[in-house]
Design a protein around this ligand. Structure first.
Ligand SMILES: [Zn+2]
Ligand SMILES: [Zn+2]
Length: 61
């Protein structure tokens, strides 16, 4: 049985998903549901996209 772990991206929030690409656990904040992977992987899978449509929390100016 898999117990809920800690998000291995921020290491603070409780992980709700397990990334199939890298196998690490990710909290909802670091989970890209559109891609079905954690945000680090989602960025890589997305390829040469400069913008993150899902990641609106990280607002850069
Ligand atoms: Zn997280
Ligand atoms: Zn991943």
């Amino acid at each position: 049985m898999s117990l809920t772990g800690i998000c291995q991206v921020c290491e603070t929030a409780r992980a709700d998903h397990t990334c199939r690409t890298c196998g690490r656990q990710a909290c909802p904040e670091h989970w890209n549901d559109a891609v079905g992977a954690c945000s680090p992987c989602a960025r890589g899978l997305d390829g040469g996209g400069g913008t993150d449509p899902d990641n609106s929390t990280d607002h850069r100016r």
